[in-house]
Design a protein around this ligand. Sequence first.
Ligand code: ATP
Length: 356
Amino acid sequence: MARITLDHIRHAYGPDPRSEKDYALREVDHEWNDGGAYALLGPSGCGKTTLLNIISGLLLPSHGRILFDGRDVTDLSTQARNIAQVFQFPVIYDTMTVYDNIAFPLRNRGVAEPEVDRRVREILEMIDLTGWAKRKAQRLTADQKQKISLGRGLVRNDVNAILFDEPLTVIDPHMKWVLRSQLKRLHKQFGFTMVYVTHDQTEALTFAEKVVVMYEGQIVQIGTPAELFERPSHTFVGYFIGSPGMNIMPAHIDGNSVRVGEETIMLDYAPRTSGAAKTELGIRPEFIRIGREGMPVSIARIEDIGRQKIVRARFEGQPIAIVIPEDSDIPAEPRVTFDPLAVGIYADSWRVGREG
Ligand code: ATP
């Protein structure tokens, strides 16, 4: 498996890109660890497939280089890069048996039959299809077929990375969970470098060690699920990760003080916002307390979501969401306090630290 370096990659589908808007992928400059499990997460059209296709060799980037373990592979084909791919829809041969489908990539490369047999049996065990080896693939369910696609990727021991493009789209919800857990276990056991594209945050957060959040052709944050939750680098990450997402409201910053409407919140640092056209305060619904102390809010409605409640309220003219335990009482004249350690300040949508 390989370390993947994305060296100043940019891509425009049109012939003559003039501005940032003409790029489907703006500057991407990152290094992904050997054996890492990465999920590319973002809304439709943000550039996930474009980036995946650049890694796999289906697409040549307009600018930049791609390296596997330090070796420039930008001009190499998918086959020459030794990439295994699992697509949305299973790519298998219906008329072949399960065994022959999995053996195919090895036989294709001229691997000796005893070695083919050893590897195929190992994979069948891994993906839990040993009992189905002699069946024709056409009789199988969608999730079993997708397991075969996965097995065909795993069977080669020369692959540099396994790329998954929304592989669970055709799988029913219960099996999704099973397959995802299985993938995670296989990754732990064998340490493949995996890149997994999805627009589903649950899928990304449960599968990956590192989630790569993309927005409008850029990577806006690479982090563990906890980092994305606790310290979103960009307001989009705050909004996209979490349910409900982060509350984001216009704020005026003056030294350590943050003013939202008529209310002021004091921080123990002065955020670095000079020169920003837009400054905002972000706080997750889980870090707002409701009680008799603090700043007044008016409550619009309360949604019961099991062990917790989501309170939809208005604070200084802004709609906000607050998550509280199911058994919490809400006073007749509710007030809120923001945990200052959980407040993030954003300048032109990017999180900023202290001044100086
Ligand atoms: P989805 O989740 O819908 O697949 P995505 O995040 O994978 O979306 P991409 O498919 O990479 O996004 O698309 C990024 C941008 O590039 C979009 O604006 C899309 O319209 C554009 N695009 C993608 N493929 C092409 C193409 N072959 N020619 C021109 N524009 C393209």
